[in-house]
Design a protein around this ligand. Structure first.
Ligand SMILES: *[C@@H]1O[C@H](CO)[C@@H](O)[C@H](O)[C@H]1NC(C)=O
Ligand SMILES: *[C@@H]1O[C@H](CO)[C@@H](O)[C@H](O)[C@H]1NC(C)=O
Ligand SMILES: *[C@@H]1O[C@H](CO)[C@@H](O)[C@H](O)[C@H]1NC(C)=O
Ligand SMILES: *[C@@H]1O[C@H](CO)[C@@H](O)[C@H](O)[C@H]1NC(C)=O
Ligand SMILES: *[C@@H]1O[C@H](CO)[C@@H](O)[C@H](O)[C@H]1NC(C)=O
Length: 438
């Protein structure tokens, strides 16, 4: 009998050991041990560590087309921001997702609850699903009742004036907001938020109680815009409105990049371009794109299509939530035609929304974005999308879709991969330099 018990205990211990090993293995693969000081690991939303990774294994072509479709919804969102429309057009709702591209690990509450929140440089507020939320994705939700530092903000709280159209429900400040094809209703709340080794007590965010549509990131969103409720404003003392990121290469969803918060440890020797301010859309990062070079030729673009205009919202923004650069129609047409001309007589094919594809091998001209005081010459991987299965390579940029009358040029994440992009708001400038981060 005693021997039998010992055998049982032995197997029980073995079982415990294998559990411990198993969880350690999965933790190593999706480890955020690089989150140190004020630097966070940035993973792609399709990463094996992401709660939003696609369930089905899509072919490369399918995923390219899917990302383009999502980009159109993103463009609609940015365009609606620029036009100050509060409601996104319904036609884009439901089936189309406007899902963000990159995630960082954030701890909220006391004791901390961990979330992989989507980064959005074109949004200000942070929000995430809370327990009891109706219509939120059935993933992890923040449990306010399990955090000793949680506060639901009262209607009289000064921060209640910083959200658009606040309402009062049982003396809790609530607000509604659209995001892509989704609408959220949230309670304005406050709790300790920890990023890497930094702690921001009393961080104000939305605790979602109701959501419609499919655009809500599973574990919430962290706004890195410039407005009053963004991380930069709320952690102003800590980060001095300065941050940088290096977005991971598109070659594998396993790669990760970096988000570095605050002025310490930012690159010193880097070229900057002035950051422009649009008082009507204070959260967006506008820069002055003055030209585009294809090969050695500066493309002939009507200056009005590049000019910054705070009234119409026209101009160029740097965004991390759009995947492929979108140019206003006259800009795209000019760039594409010059690119095609340089490709000579090679046969042009299409793929998804891309209209300038070729069968490899090909030799392509270089591509340079000329910003005021800063030229960004793109490595081939940043403007050419390769399909291994069909031996196709496409110019990875597009015009705004026909039904989006967009005056906005959006420098998107594919074009920024493996570059350090520094947002230095106190000095009104954006720095860009090449940096292989994955
Ligand atoms: C906000 O959304 C909630 C839930 O969908 C709804 O009951 C409420 O009327 C909305 N409030 C406003 C001001 O639109
Ligand atoms: C939002 O606040 C109301 C009023 O106190 C409360 O009934 C509701 O449960 C809260 N929602 C969430 C998701 O915490
Ligand atoms: C990601 O890493 C895993 C494990 O190392 C590997 O099996 C998988 O093929 C990788 N995926 C990509 C897209 O490289
Ligand atoms: C394109 O084809 C035409 C006619 O065949 C030829 O004259 C021309 O040299 C070709 N151009 C290039 C760049 O190959
Ligand atoms: C960018 O490139 C253009 C054209 O080659 C050149 O005239 C300009 O001086 C460059 N600007 C900087 C800041 O290097």
């Amino acid at each position: 009998m005693r021997g039998y018990n010992l055998v049982l205990i032995f197997f029980f211990l073995l079982h415990l050991l294998s559990l411990a090993l198993g969880s350690r293995l999965s933790r190593t693969q999706c480890s955020f041990s690089e989150d140190k000081g004020s630097t966070l690991r940035v993973i792609h939303v399709t990463s094996p560590c992401s709660p939003m990774k696609p369930k089905t294994t899509m072919s490369w072509e399918e995923s390219v087309i899917q990302m383009q479709v999502q980009d159109q919804a993103r463009l609609m969102y940015l365009t609606s921001l620029v036009a100050r429309k509060s409601v996104a057009p319904v036609a884009w709702g439901r089936q189309l997702m406007q899902s963000p591209t990159y995630l960082v690990r954030v701890n909220i509450g006391t004791p901390p609850q961990t979330f992989l929140m989507a980064l959005d440089t074109s949004s200000d507020a942070a929000w995430l699903p809370c327990t009891g939320c109706l219509g939120c994705p059935a993933s992890s939700a923040f449990a306010p009742d399990k955090s000793s530092s949680f506060i639901a903000l009262a209607c009289a709280a000064p921060q209640c004036q910083q959200v658009i159209n606040p309402t009062c429900f049982q003396n809790v400040c609530t607000f509604n907001q659209t995001y892509g094809g989704s609408t959220i209703a949230a309670n304005l709340s406050q709790d300790t938020v920890a990023l890497a080794q930094d702690s921001v007590p009393g961080y104000v965010f939305g605790c979602i109680s109701k959501a419609t549509g499919t655009s809500v990131p599973l574990q919430g969103l962290l706004g890195l815009g410039r407005g009053p409720l963004s991380l930069l404003s709320q952690a102003q003392d800590l980060y001095k409105s300065t941050f940088s990121y290096c977005l991971p290469s598109f070659k594998s969803s396993n790669f990760s990049g970096q988000l570095r918060l605050g002025p310490v440890a930012q690159p010193k020797r880097i070229h900057f371009t002035p950051l422009l301010k649009n008082p009507r859309r204070s959260s967006l990062y506008y820069v002055n794109l003055i030209g585009i070079k294809v090969g050695r030729k500066t493309v002939d673009i009507p200056p009005a299509a590049l000019a910054f205009d705070s009234t119409t919202g026209a101009g160029t923004v740097i965004d991390s939530g759009t995947v492929y650069t979108r140019l206003a129609l006259p800009v795209y047409t000019a760039v594409r035609d010059e690119f095609r001309r340089r490709m000579g007589n090679a046969t042009i094919t299409t793929l998804g929304g891309f209209d300038t594809c070729y069968t490899v091998p090909i030799t392509v001209p270089s591509m340079t974005f000329m910003f005021q005081e800063l030229n960004m010459t793109l490595p081939q991987d940043n403007f050419l999308l390769h399909s291994a299965s069909t031996s196709t390579a496409c110019l990875a940029m597009a015009a705004a879709p026909d039904n989006v009358n967009s005056v906005l040029n959006v420098i998107a994440s594919m074009q920024q991969q493996n570059h350090r992009v520094v947002f230095d708001i106190p000095n009104s400038r954006v720095g860009i330099s090449r940096e292989p981060c994955s």
